[in-house]
Design a protein around this ligand. Structure first.
Ligand code: HEC
Ligand code: HEC
Ligand code: HEC
Ligand code: HEC
Length: 174
């Protein structure tokens, strides 16, 4: 049989038209309603994100129920640190003003790991003027104590120099 020399072009065109029609109806069927209202995205996504329940709060949100820890925290050198950095999210703990869950409390060696996330000299990018860093175990050797000591045996976690300065005063060092 004789096929015209342009048959392959016709087949290609037919295939393209079919694809275009399928694509057109697929777009009608599957494109979310609010797409393109403001731009090349789903407009509803903005409100959906804005309405997501908040997980993190501020330090003052803890004060009412934890005046002891918060009182120290707010007057000490850790006043700029978020409670939630060390303890986890408010939303896991409180809902509608009531306790709904337990927050993790680090102990012993875990505390040292936590402190060194910010105070380790090995983190070279941390500028000394902004945050004081220590080298371990040199810092403990300098205090002439066993290297197994965890940071909170000398530094009160919520106000790290409070009791150290207090004892220095008693000993007449400051
Ligand atoms: C630098 C990290 C850090 C920050 C910031 C911090 N905490 Fe703590 N907190 C700890 C650690 C570690 C302990 C456990 C202390 C220990 O065992 O000596 C603790 C203990 C506590 C406890 C007692 C829990 C228990 O069962 O012993 C409460 C309550 C508490 N913190 C509340 C707060 C509040 C409220 C804030 C903010 C105002 C805060 N913390 C900020 C690290 C932190
Ligand atoms: C509505 C009161 C309330 C608020 C607000 C609140 N807590 Fe608590 N929290 C409690 C109670 C009650 C306990 C259990 C008794 C206790 O240890 O004092 C507790 C215990 C804790 C504990 C010990 C571990 C545990 O879950 O039992 C930590 C740590 C803690 N809270 C941290 C925080 C932090 C950080 C905030 C702020 C982000 C906060 N809390 C806000 C009431 C509150
Ligand atoms: C999220 C980061 C962060 C964590 C975690 C943290 N700190 Fe701090 N710490 C700071 C900042 C910021 C300051 C205030 C700037 C400064 O003085 O270095 C500070 C101050 C201090 C100081 C006073 C330094 C000085 O002489 O000015 C000591 C001591 C200290 N922290 C010990 C600890 C201990 C111990 C822990 C663990 C319980 C700990 N820090 C956890 C950020 C952190
Ligand atoms: C045996 C007690 C002891 C232990 C344990 C200890 N420190 Fe200290 N730390 C001190 C004393 C005392 C000072 C104050 C030094 C001074 O100014 O004379 C100090 C100072 C600091 C400073 C301020 C350094 C500066 O340049 O001024 C930081 C930061 C610090 N400690 C972090 C830590 C961290 C993090 C840990 C745990 C890994 C830790 N310390 C464990 C006693 C201790």
């Amino acid at each position: 049989m004789h096929t015209p020399h342009n048959a392959h072009v016709k087949r290609l065109l037919a295939a393209l038209i079919i694809l275009f029609v399928i694509g057109f109806f697929a777009k009608q069927a599957f494109q979310p309603k609010s797409f393109g209202k403001y731009g090349h995205y789903r407009a509803d996504a903005i409100m959906e994100e804005a309405n997501r329940p908040m997980r993190l709060m501020t330090n003052p949100s803890c004060v009412k129920c934890h005046p002891y820890e918060a009182g120290h925290q707010m007057t000490g050198l850790h006043k700029t640190i978020s409670c939630e950095f060390c303890h986890g999210a408010y939303a896991d703990h409180i809902k509608d003003g009531k306790k709904i869950g337990t927050l993790p409390v680090k102990r012993n060696a875990e505390i040292t790991t936590l402190c060194l996330r910010c105070h380790n000299r090995a983190i070279e990018a941390r500028p000394k003027q902004v945050i004081k860093t220590v080298v371990m175990p040199d810092h403990l050797r300098a205090q002439k104590v066993d290297e197994k000591h965890s940071c909170n045996q000398c530094h009160y976690v919520h106000a790290p120099l409070k009791y150290i300065n207090h004892s220095k005063k008693i000993m007449g060092l400051i």
